[in-house]
Design a protein around this ligand. Structure first.
Ligand SMILES: Cc1cc2nc3c(=O)[nH]c(=O)nc-3n(C[C@H](O)[C@H](O)[C@H](O)COP(=O)(O)OP(=O)(O)OC[C@H]3O[C@@H](n4cnc5c(N)ncnc54)[C@H](O)[C@@H]3O)c2cc1C
Ligand code: SF4
Length: 314
């Protein structure tokens, strides 16, 4: 691990200002992703700004029936929150499918959204990776890409975003709230939050350098039946090969979002007017580019959707 300096932030705008004024600074929340990356010297912040003492760990009702989730709410607490369990069960289920109990006890809402890809070459510092070091090349293209993306990729990066929580938040049309060093605030629809790689795979989200997430807001509940189905190599403690988040209404109309397919949680609203799994999968996966190792993903999506739809009718 490289040497770094450390401070504890006392206000959100102060944390954003510290980001702005210290080149190479990073915020640290649960540390479950950042510290791993620092040990491997994939991330080498010169200064850490600890935000854990900021008062951002509440889940509160907002006008219109929605819910505001503080950036520091731990994944365990969010999954167990009574309103999340009753009104946003797909989020609770997605959270509970992620990582392990110990990790969920530390991992925060904002840190989870900002966790970095699990592309194996990103973690292998002996191999070129455009996301880790811009302009060095992508070892995954033409390499072993079984876990990697088939949608919204570029010829510079085919990594997926690994978060389960973010897939449910995309389904629910969450919005990510932030503050900057000058105190200005904004809300970013989650659909626009994670960036496809294009020619800048190292730029993964819409945040400015001096911008900190303060909360995530969910709109009023959708009702319906909530399902999160994660398909993975082990029954627990593994990232998704694919995942499907669904809210299906009694009349059969549904919303669907997917993990394991793209550099961001994937949702194609146009597919939601279809009623059978094959048609939903066909529209959702339009433009997908597979390789020898991940050619199984489209059929896996269709079959998982079929199973989710069957469960929604049971
Ligand atoms: C073994 C293992 C298995 C895992 N399995 C899964 C899984 O199956 N599914 C899944 O979804 N996740 C999984 N995870 C990932 C885990 O969920 C994330 O590591 C965790 O959610 C990150 O949250 P954190 O608070 O620890 O973030 P940190 O590590 O503290 O931070 C992550 C990033 O977010 C930035 N950041 C943190 N807070 C803010 C903020 N408020 N504003 C701006 N930037 C901020 C940090 O600077 C850093 O860049 C796994 C992790 C491990 C180690
Ligand atoms: S897919 Fe992206 S993260 Fe993986 S090696 Fe290529 S550039 Fe790096």
């Amino acid at each position: 691990m490289k040497q770094f300096t450390f401070e504890r932030a006392t206000t959100p705008a102060g944390a954003a200002a510290a980001l702005a004024h210290t080149p190479g600074a990073k915020l640290i929340a649960g540390g479950t992703n950042l510290l791993d990356l620092m040990k491997l010297q994939i991330e080498t912040p010169t200064h850490l700004i600890d935000i854990n003492r900021l008062n951002l760990n509440q889940v509160e009702d907002v006008q219109g029936g929605g819910l505001r989730i503080g950036a520091l709410v731990r994944n365990t607490d969010l999954a167990a929150h009574p309103r999340v369990r009753s009104d946003y069960a797909v989020l609770s289920r997605a959270l509970m499918s992620g990582a392990s109990g110990q990790l969920r006890n530390k991992a925060t809402t904002a840190g989870n959204l900002l966790q970095r890809t699990r592309c194996p070459y990103f973690y292998d510092t002996t191999k070129p990776c455009n996301k880790r070091q811009s302009g060095t090349g992508c070892s995954a293209i033409g390499g072993f890409d079984r876990n990697l993306a088939i949608l919204a990729t570029s010829d510079q990066c085919i990594a997926t975003h690994p978060s389960d929580m973010a897939v449910a938040m995309r389904l629910l049309d969450a919005s990510v709230e932030t503050v900057r060093a000058d105190g200005s605030q904004r809300a970013i629809p989650i659909a626009d939050f994670h960036r496809p790689p294009g020619t800048t795979p190292q730029v993964e989200n819409a945040l400015a350098r001096d911008e900190m997430i303060t909360s995530v807001t969910l709109p009023a509940p959708l009702g319906g039946k909530h399902i999160y189905r994660k398909v993975r190599d082990r029954a627990s403690y593994a990232f998704a090969l694919i995942s499907v988040a669904a809210v299906v209404q009694p009349d059969g109309r549904g919303r669907f979002a997917y993990g394991g397919l793209a550099p961001k949680p994937w949702r194609v609203e146009a597919a939601e007017s279809q009623t059978d799994a094959a048609a939903i999968a066909r529209v959702t996966l339009a433009g997908a580019r597979t390789s020898e190792h991940n050619a199984f993903k489209p059929l896996l999506v269709e079959r998982t959707l079929a199973s989710v739809l069957a469960e929604s009718r049971s």
